[in-house]
Design a protein around this ligand. Structure first.
Ligand code: 5GP
Length: 112
């Protein structure tokens, strides 16, 4: 996988507003927020997109969801939406798998 902007954030080569970090993952504010709260949860392992993940990533992917839950609890955010865009037609622009945490406004359904 070629290096993305998220690898540079993980390696602290470029700055980001980091919300959470552990050995396996990082969470930081989105540079172009689409809601009052817009945080990205990113594994340190460079998986391009969800469909490239394999059985060996099972625990890691679950870990990312629990990080999203932990962050929202810590921020007293009760209502939120998690989004994973997989591929360009779905809106993926950075090819390093990530979960968007969006909160602070109402979200329509179906999503646009
Ligand atoms: P995607 O479209 O791939 O699902 O989401 C990529 C997200 O990364 C977008 O919401 C975009 O605003 C965010 N993003 C792109 N470049 C940067 C950056 O340099 N810093 C931060 N914090 N977010 C970024």
């Amino acid at each position: 996988m070629s290096e993305t902007i998220f690898s540079k954030i993980i390696n602290k080569e470029i700055p980001a507003e980091i919300i959470y970090e552990d050995d396996l993952a990082l969470a930081f504010n989105d540079i172009s927020p689409q809601a009052p709260t817009h945080i990205l949860v990113v594994p340190k392992k460079p998986i391009s997109k969800l469909s490239d993940a394999s059985e060996e990533d099972q625990l890691l992917l679950g870990h990312l969801l629990l990080i999203a839950s932990k962050i929202t609890k810590e921020k007293n955010i009760e209502h939120y939406r998690l989004v994973i865009n997989n591929g360009s037609d779905a809106g993926q622009t950075v090819y390093h798998v990530h979960i968007h945490i969006l909160a602070g406004r109402n979200f329509g359904w179906p999503p646009g």
